[in-house]
Ligand binder design. Structure first.
Ligand code: 3HC
Length: 684
């Protein structure tokens, strides 16, 4: 059992302490250790009650997710673990700190009592992994907190704090942080003194009936689309209401088993680990110093610059915000304030907090104000000459050791860096719009960017609550580069006469919340047309005053509720442009053909990003697409989905499409190799 299990006796209370870093996941060894600890104290006549707790930063964070790749789950399995806790002849008190999640909370529910420190969080987040609580959680939680509340917790996967948990009846006592062991021992002593019969959650009746589930289901309706787990979760909670406990458990186990082997769950587990891998850069070890970022400068107070600024403010980092004109800075600051005030109006922030955040902004009208900042993020117009001019000036103004970052989304970072005498301090920080909301941050490593700078900004991403994905210098970096195919091909199909609604519907059916045409309207056609040469379809739209949703019309017309309807004017712009460009009409495309044409080149481009060393690994590309473009998570991202299709099938599809639709469909050498060797795309 190694060092995982420690047992000790204090007075007449036996303590089972588990120590399995980093998060005490319930691996086979940990399950064995808990069972063994309970057995030892049950066999000891000097022990009258047992406290179960964990060392390190948290109570059990759930099943060891990696073990789900090697089914069946080894013995002792979760049934054995829960039975050991529930059938203990002596009262068991779960003593919780950190997070009691998934199987961890289910274990606590199998104990007789639960105490938790006030900072603890408790939840059943299995839905995020495409599964359901499979260790009795769907049967025991409704018995403690009621069916409706339980369903809500399991469907959202959101943990609750200790105070709320106590209010709900999920735990018996909230104790002071840092005093968990002594408080749990005192609690156990009380239990012994009372000598009451052992309470078991399984013996309780479920409060609430099937009707209570309907309202909860309706609230989370959107969550069901494309995902399999939510429907199974409802069935399991229904079983808690309609079946005796043991039958309910069997039902839960069947449903859990179905989900565990589903491709959706495999995909979501892939994403779980992929998101934690992105920050790991092979040549940047612990020896690389991380520089302190105490003060930031942002150049440009437009939509992007304002959003970027908000990230730093929320992390408590003061920002000097620079604009050229007073009215521009005033407008930018007013927008930030409006955003925060809207949050406050929803009760998610106090007015004092709004003032505190706003107090961290220092407005400025000259780059000279950036002389002492640790990091500058430039977010001005996407024009190379302007950016180079700014970086040349920053080189003269900023102190030695300041990081100079550009938020460029398509321009050559090396060219920008060449305007300075310190290219090793220049890096790309590519935020996604709206920058204060979207969780992705592409960190662009230039030819000369130093390890220190990369290490520092990868860490900084965590501080501002972003997931960093490292990218090399190329047109569009990772997310925009791969997704550009979807945008270009959907326009191309529109020009061939494929109905806009059909194009959007195929992507909706695939799992995107928004189809590509609707997305163009949301981004703004004027934004997208910027920099394009010659006559373009989007240029024609902009010229006709159809700039997208913000003007009430783009590819679609929009009413006051942003509901899209088809437009004769838009249809004419499309046919006129198709005639001008000599594009042949080919409107009758099957859904399958549309899907292939839109998504196969995305996966292919992903393999090119790996081939060229632009992305570190395939799973980073999946994270970039999911977090930057809302790619449906249950597919695992484009690269993981590529394996669902299979490299061979993809290759054949691209080979068929290339002669008709051009070089965007030319298969990469890497994909050809995978198709020949039988390798997996997502493992690249
Ligand atoms: N299994 C395996 N590894 C896990 C894990 C788990 N349940 N939870 C976390 N880890 C690993 C992470 O991969 C990471 O590894 P790395 O250092 O090699 O990258 C390390 O532990 C630390 O994790 P985080 O970086 O996420 O650390 P944080 O401190 O930010 O967050 C946490 C801690 C809140 C516990 C978070 O890790 C988390 O949410 N974990 C998953 C919880 C979960 O989903 N539990 C349910 C599992 S399924 C289940 O229990 C089924 C049951 O019903 C039968």
């Amino acid at each position: 059992m190694g060092d995982v299990l420690t047992t000790r006796v204090v007075g007449n209370v036996g303590i089972v302490e588990i120590d399995s870093p980093p998060v005490n996941a319930l691996s086979t060894d940990v399950r064995s250790a808990v069972i063994e600890g309970l057995r030892i104290h049950n066999a000891d006549d000097a022990v009258a009650a047992i406290v179960l707790l964990c060392a390190g930063r948290t109570f059990f964070a759930g099943a060891d997710i990696a073990e789900f790749d090697n089914l069946p789950i080894r013995q002792p399995d979760f049934d054995a673990l829960m039975a050991a806790a529930e059938s203990s002849a002596k009262p068991v008190v779960a003593a919780i700190h950190g997070t009691a999640l998934g199987g961890g909370l289910e274990l606590a529910l199998s104990c007789n009592y639960r105490v938790a420190v006030s900072s603890a969080k408790l939840g059943l987040p299995e839905v995020n992994l495409g599964i359901l609580p499979g260790a009795g959680g769907t049967q025991r939680l409704p018995r403690l907190v009621g069916a409706g509340v339980a369903l809500d917790m399991i469907l959202t996967g959101k943990p609750v704090g200790a105070a709320k948990a106590a209010e709900m009846g999920l735990i018996d006592q909230v104790v002071e942080d840092g005093k968990l062991e002594e408080a749990a021992l005192a609690f156990a002593q009380d239990v012994i003194a009372q000598g009451a019969p052992l309470p078991k959650v399984r013996d309780k009746a479920v409060a609430g009936g099937l009707d209570d589930l309907e309202a909860v289901k309706a609230t989370h309706k959107r969550q069901f689309k494309g995902f399999k787990a939510p429907g199974h979760i409802v069935q399991a909670v229904e079983a808690a209401i309609t079946l005796p406990f043991d039958e309910g458990l069997r039902r839960e186990k069947d449903l859990f088993g179905e989900l565990l082997v589903s491709r959706e769950s495999e995909a979501q587990r892939h994403v779980f680990f992929a998101q934690r891998l992105t920050a790991k850069v092979p040549d940047i070890g612990k020896d690389v110093p991380i520089l302190p970022i105490r003060k930031v400068g942002v150049i440009g107070a437009g939509t992007m610059g304002g959003g970027i600024t908000m990230n730093f403010l929320q992390a408590g980092i003061p920002v000097t915000l620079v604009e050229m004109k007073q009215e521009a800075i005033d407008r930018g600051i007013a927008t930030i304030r409006k955003n925060y005030e809207r949050t406050a109006a929803k009760g998610r922030m106090t007015t004092d907090q709004v003032e505190q955040l706003m107090g961290l902004i220092t407005p400025a009208l000259s780059l000279d104000a950036l002389a002492d900042v640790d990091l500058v993020v430039e977010a001005v117009f996407e024009e190379i000459s302007i950016k180079k001019d700014i970086f040349g000036k920053l080189d003269a103004i900023c102190r030695d050791g300041a990081i100079l970052a550009s938020n460029t989304s398509f321009l050559d970072l090396n060219d920008i860096a060449s305007a300075t005498k310190r290219p090793e301090w220049v890096v790309g920080l590519h935020f996604f719009s709206p920058a204060n909301v979207m969780p992705l941050l592409e960190v662009v490593r230039g030819a000369h960017t130093s390890k220190e700078v990369i290490g520092t900004v990868m860490k900084l991403a965590g501080t501002i609550k972003k997931t960093p994905v490292l990218a090399g210098v190329c047109h569009g970096f990772i997310a925009n580069r791969i997704m550009e195919h979807l945008i270009v091909q959907s326009q191309q199909m529109a020009l061939e006469g494929v109905p806009l609604r059909t194009i959007d519907k195929v992507m909706n059916d695939y799992g995107f919340a928004m189809g590509p045409i609707a997305m163009l309207d949301l981004i703004g056609l004027d934004v997208l047309v910027h920099g394009a040469e010659g006559r373009t379809l989007m240029g024609d739209f902009v010229e006709a005053g159809r700039r997208g949703q913000k003007t009430g019309k783009g590819f679609y017309d929009y009413d006051a509720d942003r509901k899209a309807t088809l437009s004769d004017e838009a249809a004419k712009i499309i046919t006129d442009f198709a005639a001008y460009a000599g594009i042949k009409s080919d409107p009758d495309q099957s859904d399958e053909a549309i899907l292939k044409r839109l998504l196969y080149p995305v996966v292919n481009e992903g393999t090119k990003c790996i081939e060229e060393g632009i992305a570190l690994r395939a799973s980073d590309i999946d994270v970039a697409a999911i977090l930057g473009y809302n790619w449906p998570v249950f597919t695992g991202g484009p690269m993981f989905w590529g394996d669902t299709i299979g490299a061979k099938v993809l290759l054949a599809g691209l080979q068929e499409l290339e002669p008709r639709y051009g070089p965007a469909f030319k298969p990469s050498a890497l994909l050809e190799k995978l198709a020949a060797d039988g390798g997996e795309i997502a493992k690249l």
